[in-house]
Unconditional design. Structure first.
Length: 252
């Protein structure tokens, strides 16, 4: 959202913004509400193109949750934690963000000999995440927040300065990169959303059980999500997980 404000103010030279929606049944509902109530109207008011994209499969629009549930857990897609606490492979960002925006770019003329300039919203204090070599062949990655020496702490101030609320983090209901206090808050404040996350974990593990494989988890605890807060019990509100999602694609 910071980049959208900066573009409206003429501080960065970008007029087109892409939002890869991973699914109404997958994305944080607060993020989708923010997009509709604040981001889209603000972009329209300032003559900016804010385009919502979805992953298209042969059978129509596909969401991350649909892929997992419809495959009965055989296509887990997300980086679940193994029994040893290590994260498994992750394809969600690439297939539901990078390739989705890439398809739009190619459809609008991007090619290896005519790459699209793609801005990533990485701030100065996150400079280690900036990696132009990760660009797809039809892209050239740039980092306008770095050029303006904008830090993460500056972003809320920039957004509020134009009368907008700060957006919530964008992440799937069942994202394993969520930290323990965030899971607990979801359990207490959004029980239906928490239950949907439990169903995703259950579905993946039901598939693994048929293969004689050990279960996986949406947290590092090595315990099923359903059991973490049973009977109102709490687990410590600290979290040593420092990996997080550092791709720069999953947060708006």
């Amino acid at each position: 959202m910071t980049a959208l404000v900066l573009a409206a103010q003429g501080r960065i030279d970008f007029r087109t913004f892409l939002f890869a929606n991973v699914g109404q049944d997958s994305e944080n509902p607060a993020t989708l509400r923010y997009f509709e109530q604040y981001a889209a109207p603000y972009a329209a008011e300032h003559g900016l193109d804010l385009i919502e994209l979805h992953r298209e499969a042969k059978t129509g629009t596909e969401t991350i949750r649909q892929r997992i549930i419809n495959s009965h857990g055989s296509r887990q897609t997300i980086p679940v934690f193994l029994s040893n606490g290590k994260p498994g492979s992750r394809v969600c960002t690439k297939e539901f963000k990078i390739l989705v925006t890439g398809a739009w770019l190619r459809a609008h003329g991007a090619a290896p000999d005519n790459p699209a300039t793609v801005a990533m919203g990485i701030s100065l204090d996150e400079i280690g995440r900036a990696n132009p070599s990760k660009a797809m062949p039809y892209e050239r990655l740039v980092y306008p927040l770095l050029d303006l020496k904008i830090r993460r702490a500056d972003c809320p101030r920039i957004i509020r300065s134009v009368g907008l609320p700060v957006p919530p983090k964008s992440s799937c209901d069942f994202c394993p990169m969520r930290k323990t206090p965030e899971w607990q808050a979801m359990h207490e404040q959004e029980p239906e959303r928490f239950a949907r996350a439990c169903e995703v974990e259950d579905t993946i593990n039901a598939h693994l059980a048929t293969k004689g494989k050990p279960p996986v988890f949406l947290t590092r605890t090595g315990r099923p999500l359903r059991e973490l807060f049973k009977g109102g019990s709490q687990i410590p509100l600290f979290d040593t997980d420092d990996e997080g999602c550092d791709s720069g694609w999953c947060w708006t």
